[in-house]
Design a protein around this ligand. Structure first.
Ligand code: BG6
Length: 555
């Protein structure tokens, strides 16, 4: 017997699949891959690797705006190549690049060959490149010129005739957010993008749009963007990427919590003392000052990635792993977050900016010396804060978040620190000599999960020491998973929005950080505190947590 929720889930999936023809199972029956020969031996022989063979999307034309940019070269094209070779994608899958560059199709292919060669996971041979690159096409044009969209429409219509794309279109806006609305308006005016209210039966293929964060600059601009997009598209056609959700280890937090009975009983205020979420980077702004100067760590990392990590660790178990069930729970958590406001901001939030120093033994410049950064810049490259979650499970448990550039090393981790035992029966051992239990979910690098607990030191005396039990992805599965973009691009083609940010999630995230942004911009508020590159941030961040009688972990 199916429950009503299960029935709704079916509808939810069906909705996202669009027409019957694009249903993955339907596609699997008839589809024969010319790419099979490319799959690496390890894919075929590693019994622990799922190649997602049942997740084959219908052929579509993927149009990438901003195809000459950094994101396309570093992430999108390598991920599409890896997907085509390893997953694989269906025959006829087509990529159309759009940019203002005066490139021929051959130039475009050559550029993409370079990008794939330096960033793809799969080996690139002459044969594999030839098979992949015959699916690459280029349209030159300015984003503010209607002719660009007319030319693109003509090209897409021709592709639908020559190839089995059947009108299915995935538009990827790898551009500055200022272009999102103009591009969508241009596409829509040219008849290349339709608002599909009935995605169960779109007239001629499905139309979807993928956008990259930042989704707005603050709460009002995010609302404006959401409203603007809603005039041209339904929410079901919009895929907002937060690439942290595509990371295997982030998804594994859900598996860890909701596919095991062991942890849920202690995953609450009765047992958890505090949660620490750290996303440290060794890199600086890396030539992205144009974007970063107007963003800063709070917008760039906290308002998206860190809050997403908070939702996966704090959400209630959804009834199903599908778009609405999962995102409903995430929104509930975000709406329960208690963030510092007004005068609390001074004591519960710390912002910093890196000064020169050493990272990995190499001297590095300070933020103000970076190319494109104003010498008076008050943009923060570090942010730390204490949040709370006012709900039944988490009331009273602090969630400490911190992120920064030019820290000693790259590490992203969620650490759940447990309370101490109510009574320690061992003589001569003080409670404070023992470190409390910690479950650390290591997102990157050394992906895995570690449990810290007390153990008896061998010998005639009773001595205790803290030890660690480790699960390492690499060791358990023989390899690490695909890049986040592979998973997310495939999901967008399959019409599965579970790992994308829904509009109410975006609003809830901005609502959390908006009072902090406002507080920082009040006249007289002091700017970011300098910290030495290669350190763990300003001392004020330590003082903030020490005030609560706790300290930051050194992950
Ligand atoms: C991006 C930010 O979203 O995430 C960057 O804009 C940051 O500033 C990056 O460096 C971190 O991603 P990852 O996957 O390297 O942790």
């Amino acid at each position: 017997m199916h429950s009503i929720l299960e029935h709704l889930e079916q509808l939810d999936l069906a909705d996202h699949q669009g027409s019957g023809a694009e249903h993955p199972n339907a596609a699997t029956e008839t589809w024969v891959s010319p790419m099979d020969a490319w799959s690496s031996e390890s894919d075929k022989t590693n019994p622990l690797r799922s190649n997602g063979g049942d997740r084959i999307p219908a052929p579509c034309a993927m149009v990438i705006f901003g195809v000459s940019g950094d994101l396309t070269a570093r992430k999108l094209m390598p991920a599409l190549y890896d997907l085509t070779v390893g997953q694989p994608l269906p025959e006829g899958f087509t990529i159309v690049g759009v940019s203002h560059r005066d490139w021929t199709e051959e130039d475009f292919r050559a550029k993409m060959r370079e990008a794939v060669g330096s960033a793809a996971r799969m080996p690139v041979t002459a044969e594999s490149w030839e098979l992949f690159s015959r699916n690459l096409f280029y349209v030159r044009g300015e984003f503010d010129n209607p002719d660009t969209y007319a030319a693109l429409k003509t090209r897409l219509d021709a592709i639908d005739v020559e190839r089995p794309t059947a009108g299915n279109r995935l538009f990827y806006l790898a551009t500055s957010p200022t272009y999102f609305a103009p591009i969508l308006r241009g596409l829509s005016a040219a008849g290349a993008l339709e608002r599909q209210a009935n995605y169960l039966e779109p007239t001629e293929g499905w139309h979807r749009v993928v956008i990259e964060k930042p989704f707005g600059h603050d709460l009002p601009s995010a609302r404006l963007l959401i409203a603007e997009m809603a005039t041209l598209l339904t929410e079901r056609q919009i895929y907002r990427i937060d690439h942290y959700l595509g990371k295997e280890t982030v998804q594994n937090v859900l598996a860890f919590r909701f596919a095991n009975i062991l942890f849920d009983p202690v995953w609450n205020r009765q047992y958890v003392d505090n949660v620490q979420i750290t996303a440290a980077e060794a890199l600086g702004v890396e030539g992205r000052s144009g974007y970063y100067e107007g963003a800063g760590a709070l917008r760039d990392m906290v308002a998206s990635h860190l809050l997403q990590l908070l939702t996966v660790v704090a959400m209630e178990p959804p009834a199903f792993f599908n778009g609405n069930a999962v995102r409903d729970e995430k929104v509930k958590v975000l709406r329960s977050v208690v963030a510092p406001v007004g005068s609390e901001i001074a004591t519960r939030v710390v912002r910093g900016q890196y000064d020169h120093g050493f990272v990995g033994g190499q001297p590095v410049p300070g933020y103000l010396e970076e190319k494109g950064v104003s010498p008076e810049s008050t943009t923060e490259t570090f942010a730390a804060m204490r949040l709370g979650i006012d709900n039944w499970r988490w009331s009273g448990v602090p969630f400490y978040l911190r992120t920064g550039k030019r820290m000693p090393r790259r590490v992203t981790e969620i650490a759940v620190e447990f309370k101490r035992v109510p009574h320690l029966m061992f003589q001569n051992i003080r409670d404070l000599d023992l470190t409390p239990n910690v479950i650390s979910l290591r997102i990157q690098p050394d992906e895995g999960i570690a449990l810290r607990f007390a153990a008896k030191v061998p010998g005639a005396r009773t001595q205790l020491r803290t030890v660690r039990m480790d699960f390492l992805y690499g060791a358990a599965f023989g390899e690490s998973g695909p890049d986040a973009y592979e998973r997310l691009l495939l999901d967008a083609m399959l019409g599965d929005p579970t790992l994308f940010t829904r509009r109410d999630e975006v609003e809830a995230q901005w609502a959390i950080v908006q009072p902090i942004l406002d507080g920082w911009h009040e006249p007289g508020s002091s700017g970011p505190l300098p910290y030495e590159a290669g350190s763990w941030g300003p001392a004020a961040a330590d003082i903030m947590i020490e005030r609560d009688g706790r300290s930051w972990r050194r992950p």
